[in-house]
Write a protein that binds this ligand. Sequence first.
Ligand code: ADP
Ligand code: ZN
Length: 609
Amino acid sequence: MNTRDDLGARALHILETVFGYPSFRGEQAAIVDAVARGGDALVLMPTGGGKSLCYQIPALLRDGVGIVVSPLIALMQDQVDALAEVGVRAAFLNSTQSFDETIRIERRLRTGDLDLLYVAPERLMTPRCLDMLDTLKIALFAIDEAHCVSQWGHDFRPEYIRLSVLHERFPHVPRIALTATADHQTRAEIAHRLQLEDAHRFVSSFDRPNIRYQIVEKASSRKQLLDFIESEHPGDAGIVYCLSRKKVEETAEFLNENGLTALPYHAGMDFATRSANQSRFLREDGIVMVATIAFGMGIDKPDVRFVAHLDLPKSIEGYYQETGRAGRDGLPASAWMAYGLQDVVQQRRMIDESETDDTFKRVQGAKLDAMLGLCETLHCRRQRLLDYFGQSSEPCGNCDTCAQPPSSFDATVAVQKLLSTIYRVDQRFGAMHVLDVLRGADSDKLRQWGHEQISTYGIGADRSEAEWRAILRQTIALGLISVDHESYGALKLTEAARPVLKGLEKVQLRAYQKPVKTRRTSKPKGYVETDLSAEEQAVFEKLRWWRMETARKHNVPAYVVFQDATMREIAKVQPTSLDALRGVSGVGEKKLESYGAEIVALIGDMATP
Ligand code: ADP
Ligand code: ZN
């Protein structure tokens, strides 16, 4: 047997016995191989792709301790607990610890008692920490959330830039940088700033086939959200994103009033309440977190079943990162968004009013346009998303537009009516007023301005207000109309409106669809089979109870004991011996030893009538 096969066999052995998984996923095997041999690696993998094993297994294969740099100090305790559950010796160093604890961990490091050490970048960069590392045998450096070096990104951390020191100070220690941020610019910046130009690059597909994308037209968004959760995700854990703190509070309250368990999370709350809410979300089953985007970076919870947006995200990058928090365990999950006219207006205003230079505004404008394009697309959402990240694909069969292809119509005449109405009210009125004129509303305000006299009054009476809003929204999204925020949201015509008004250009729009309750119809490809029979479901519920108790006893999140995917398989297989349980994905030697007997007994109890 040559050394290559030997290393591969050892890696697989660790995967099976420690982590309990039968095989590597995607690029994992190649990444583990490259790093275990001492090479540098730059890994781009979507959230839930399985990045952790890419450094954990090489750290176990190589001599010495693996150092994991991560900005997510709130998660370190859970990460270390999860490793302890599978029998890996791990610890962390960050600002939340006492001096005594630090000393104790440093002692363990010196005696070679640790396989992995998680450390915050600002801590790592202290002379004390670097000096200590000089005296140790280091297996590798893993730089997690590597996009934090990007000054253009939304997660920029100045300390990350200084991480290039690692290469200079420890030239023979392999480094692996990992991120779920896909765009080329960020990729280039990581390679450059961390001096990883010569590293092996591993770029995975960014598709998340288990996530079902849906974007619905906003009518009464809270009610729509409730319908969505009740019909598609009753009892499931999920995240609902809102733009403002106030909306977060109100939405959480609304969901609670309607029988769900929802918790708010935003930067305006005091630290203690915020962390308590986060901790409950991670530890308990079936909680809905209503949050601003301040919540979520690095949320490791694998069984988030849906991510909902009540406001339009600023960019596809942000949207993809946020929705990516659903379904990390590979089981079916949803990304749902309600989107309407007000979102377009609000986002455009935020860009206009931001105090930045014109270049930055243009970049933001282009990002927003791409996001709007996704919302208004007539084609597969996933195809559009992947295309944005430079990856081509076929229609997916697992998004709303695939399930129910929207129709388009020649909207030229309707748009002309809209544009000329705006023109005739001197471009001084907002959406409501303009639509009132078009639809021929009987209103004092119109009479006060003499607007019931103008020639377009009532010429749009054949369409509902909702239809007109959809037309207006798309016309703004296309850039034919702008919203002037300095004069109370007055609608104005842009240069691009001229050829349409003159009849030189046609406009094709997405036909308005009444919001309907959609139901998952077919089983698309890439899906994990999750249907349990009634009997299996009963076993699963029993296991859930057992898991909740066990997690409470050990003071760890439930998923650290076993993930849903593993429990579903146990419910199917119903193993009556330790050997049979060993064959289940997610059951390694340590967990078999800790929980095997209890599980087998529990299954046995259920089998005997
Ligand atoms: P990422 O950090 O890329 O978001 P994680 O490392 O947290 O992803 O892994 C996501 C999920 O996939 C975890 O639940 C993990 O246990 C599971 N996983 C990772 N690799 C494998 C594998 N080879 N086989 C089965 N499950 C895996
Ligand atoms: Zn699709």
